[in-house]
Design a protein around this ligand. Sequence first.
Ligand code: 5GP
Ligand code: ZN
Length: 117
Amino acid sequence: MSDCLFCKIASGEIPADVVATSDTALAFRDIQPRTRVHVLVVPRDHHETLAGMAAVDAQGAADLFTLAGEVAAAEGIADTGYRLISNVGEDGGQEVGHVHVHLLGGQRVGPMVATRG
Ligand code: 5GP
Ligand code: ZN
């Protein structure tokens, strides 16, 4: 997608602090880290949602979690634990319409949800 931020990061057109790559995915530090370790894992191909991606490219979706695990190990947080989040749509708080999994850790990441509306 020509106008997608994470497609541009994946192609190298926009710089990012890339910490790991695979054939199908890359991982880079979130520009506004919410935790000590906050890395985004994204597919190289453009997909809007994780479920939509899984429906057409199950292996690619699985690859995201493999790479997330590798990043957790490289960051030294595989044993202390971490949280993986994929926000979907407006209610989910998705700001970038290209699949991404947030890897959050390096500290206690707190309650899973803030409020029940
Ligand atoms: P979402 O809200 O869509 O789940 O998450 C999008 C994430 O992308 C946010 O945590 C935001 O800080 C991050 N982000 C937005 N723009 C950039 C950017 O240009 N570079 C990087 N590395 N992260 C970004
Ligand atoms: Zn994209």
